[in-house]
Ligand binder design. Sequence first.
Ligand SMILES: O=C(O)c1ccccc1NCC(=O)[C@H](O)[C@H](O)COP(=O)(O)O
Length: 214
Amino acid sequence: MQRVTAKICGLSTPETVDAAIAHGASHAGFVFFPKSPRNLAADQARALTLRVPPHVGKVGVFVDAEDEVIDRAIGIGGVDTIQLHGKEPPERLAALRRRHPGIALWKAISIRTRADLDAAKLYRPVADLILYDAKTPEGTLPGGMGLRFDWTLLDGFAHPQRWALSGGIDAGNVADAAGRTGARLIDTSSGVESAPGIKDVDKIAAFLQRVASL
Ligand SMILES: O=C(O)c1ccccc1NCC(=O)[C@H](O)[C@H](O)COP(=O)(O)O
């Protein structure tokens, strides 16, 4: 069976980027959303993405962003994957595919009920990966809130394409998350932080060591 890999999302310091790489993250996530405590300015993002070796994916996270914001993140030389975490319709992904051929497109889908999973099917023609995340309360951030959804909702669901799991996952529950759902790519942010937006190198290490043991 394919091994489990992990994306550490919302990295914002050299030390935590280095820790994610040293402990085997498959993807490093960088947030470009001003309302997030993990938001990066362009020069910060450039310095951080330069530390990431070619075998590690560099994922830019955007929320209903204008083209200019995404262009800039790609232009700094860093981002090789666009993760859309807002209410972007399939047509937006199709437009981004035309604008940025060669850049992978991930779409986050917010899950609270089984019916929410159906949205994944709409993105089959245009997304390279679906990221299932917990639906967050109205008026809060659409991701990075440390909330999990009921993983049993995925039982028996015929995934239309490649997918990953996120939402409230940490070193203590990642084995259960992967075992219960069959996810082969797990995304975490709050689960490796000491406070919102503050990544913890020891938590990153513990999380990735647990993932490597699966
Ligand atoms: O991390 C953020 O601040 C963020 C803000 C707005 C949209 C998405 C965001 N993060 C996206 C991620 O990929 C997170 O890793 C994912 O939502 C899981 O977060 P968590 O539940 O905190 O592990």
